[in-house]
Design a protein. Structure first.
Length: 391
């Protein structure tokens, strides 16, 4: 029997097949067969999600062979990548053209199609998610047709597919806004958490990127501020918190210890109060938690089901080891996040229903209508996604 697990090993599945696909013809054939045979197809990037987006008894398509830089347009300042291209494989090819991604998360092992499908982001008050930088997509739909879409061509499909949860079609090419190549320098400090939160607006607005980790039981936060610099890179590149180099050399980090994660996007003005409530929760009910709380910022966007839709956002993440039962801690934390108008990260643990989410997104019904229009047989909807469908 075929077995699959996500990167942490916490989420498993027994699909009938896992198929590597490198061409549009191969993808088209798999989708048509699934539609005719009445089973589900889910698309695998690198399996970095902590949410059950992939598990199916049907077929898992591994699109990683469909990778590489397709083209750059310096007049429009865009670059097009095949959907299976890993984020870490974007930096050097763009650099060779004198270009760079505008921002990225601190994990760069995801595929670009997987990253945009879940709204993956980095940190920065003036920087949106990777998804918010998408200007065009090439998609193979369940009926086998190949569609190119952007804000003026198939605009509703484009809006739904930019953040698709892998449920609209198979994204074979992604075009994103880019900028001139740039260098970054980061500085790490240990600062009392109370001081950090008292000055959080200043700290986040005075760095291109600012984030911190706070470990329960400690009074200090590990803060990292990263800014553009004209100084030359320093090699060897050094450890996190003390690096100076090109953007793709500084923004990514190695997070190798298996864990689970919950992340909620909170309106920026609620950030300090939410952290205070979370601290109290851990102190009073979850004293055994050792994994850190992470705090980042994301600029507002207009994506239909983005956690940062129409509001500047802070994201607060909690973690737990894979050999621990995280549910009680996460459910308690989720109650706090929701009390501060929190929206869950699509690639991380949450326990919400479709009805819960409908109240968060004014275009939630529209997203489902477009999704069902292009996939009426539900070929791309697994059990977990179906549970999110509004009643």
């Amino acid at each position: 029997m075929t077995q699959w697990s996500n990167w942490s090993g916490k989420i498993t599945s027994s699909p009938r097949r896992i198929v590597q696909v490198a061409t549009t013809e191969a993808i088209r054939a798999e989708l048509i067969l699934a539609s005719q045979s009445d089973y589900v197809v889910r698309t695998l990037g690198t399996g970095h999600s902590h949410y059950r987006l992939i598990p199916t008894s049907g077929v898992i398509l591994d699109t990683r062979p469909l990778s590489g830089l397709v083209s750059v347009d310096k007049r429009e300042m865009t670059a097009t990548f095949r959907g299976g291209t890993k984020i870490h494989a974007c930096g050097r090819p763009l650099y060779d053209h004198g270009l760079a991604l505008i921002n990225q998360g601190d994990i760069d092992n995801q595929t670009i199609a997987g990253a945009i499908a879940t709204g993956t982001h980095g940190t920065g008050t003036n920087l949106g998610s990777i998804t918010s930088c998408v200007t065009a997509l090439k998609i193979i739909l369940v009926d086998g047709s190949e569609v190119e879409c952007n804000a003026s061509r198939e605009p509703d499909l484009f809006q739904a597919a930019r953040l698709s949860l892998g449920a609209i079609g198979i994204v074979t090419e992604v075009t994103v806004r880019v900028r001139e190549a740039y260098r970054l320098e980061e500085k790490k400090t240990l600062t009392p958490l109370d001081d950090v939160m008292e000055n959080i607006d200043y700290l986040t607005s005075n760095s291109r990127h600012f984030e911190y980790f706070w470990y329960p039981g400690h009074t200090e936060a590990i803060c990292k501020a990263t800014n553009e610099t004209e100084k030359l890179p320093i090699y060897p590149i050094g450890e996190e918190g003390n690096r100076r180099g090109w953007n793709f050399e500084v923004l990514s980090n190695q997070r190798l210890t298996p864990h689970t994660e919950m992340e909620y996007a909170i309106p920026s003005h609620h950030g300090p109060s939410c952290i205070h409530a979370l601290k109290d929760l851990i102190k009073q009910k979850h004293k055994d938690v050792k994994w850190p709380v992470e705090y980042r910022t994301v600029k507002a966007d207009d994506l239909w089901i983005s956690p940062a839709r129409n509001r500047n956002t802070v994201t607060i993440s909690i973690h737990q080891a894979v050999d621990k039962d995280e549910e009680k801690y996460y459910r308690d934390a989720e109650e706090i996040f929701r009390s501060f108008e929190g929206r869950p990260h699509w690639g991380k643990v949450h326990y919400l229903s479709g009805n819960d989410l409908e109240g968060d997104y004014d275009r939630w019904q529209d997203w489902w209508e477009i999704r069902d229009l292009v996939d009426p047989k539900q070929v791309l909807v697994n059990e977990q996604l179906n549970a999110l469908r509004p009643e």
